[in-house]
Design a binder for this molecule. Structure first.
Ligand code: AR6
Length: 178
């Protein structure tokens, strides 16, 4: 599914983000940037040790923020590492932090001339954010951002499962239809 907002295309696809050839791909990292499971593990495995070397130099990233490194062996030119909130009960600033994740990542992309960016579904794996809510926050935040910022041609959400893909599609339909 694809929609155009001003000059930016938002696209939802099912797939493996490590294979994307967008200018940047976003990693769902942890605040120490030490690697882990899920998409973080997959990106470091596929990209090789150069990415971790830069992560070590940077040293860490607060929740809701984003940092950028090289992409090692990946097709994408950059990896933007962002740290999503760990979901507790929805009353611990989770939504604001998740909004900040998407905004910070797009800011890092613009600062580094990355015009196309691929996101996984941040925080909805190990960090436990309910996917329906997270999809809506992710899409609304990206849409609001691109309405007020120039420099991004394509934002792609690369969803790992059929279920996640369906949830994001429904959320996008609800946002553009409502
Ligand atoms: N491509 C796209 N999406 C993927 C891929 C992939 N190759 N692999 C997994 N996903 P998670 P989080 C999906 O757990 O919840 C790590 O240990 C996955 O199905 O990767 O933000 C970090 O080091 C899910 O929908 O990220 C942190 O400690 C989504 O990516 C912690 O997990 C996010 O799941 C971050 O947890």
């Amino acid at each position: 599914m694809e929609v155009k907002i001003k000059n930016t295309t938002i696209s939802l696809v099912r797939g493996d983000i490590t294979k994307e050839d967008t200018d940047a791909i976003v990693n769902a990292a942890n605040s120490r940037l030490v690697g882990g499971g899920g998409v973080d593990g997959a990106i470091h495995r596929a990209g090789g040790p150069k990415i971790m070397k830069e992560c070590r130099k940077i040293g860490g990233c607060p929740t809701g923020d984003a940092v950028i490194t090289c992409s090692g062996n990946l097709k994408a030119k950059h990896v933007i590492h962002t740290v999503g909130p760990i979901y507790r009960d929805g009353n611990h600033n989770e939504e604001k932090l998740l909004e900040s994740v998407y905004r910070s990542s797009l800011e890092r992309a613009i600062e580094n001339g990355a015009r196309s960016v691929a996101f996984p579904s941040i925080s909805t794996g190990v960090y436990g954010y309910p996917i329906h809510e997270a999809a809506s926050v992710a899409l609304k935040t990206v849409i609001d951002f691109i309405k007020t910022h120039k420099g991004i041609d394509l934002v792609k959400f690369v969803l790992f499962s059929e279920r996640d893909s369906k949830v994001y599609k429904k959320a996008l339909e609800d946002i553009i239809g409502g």
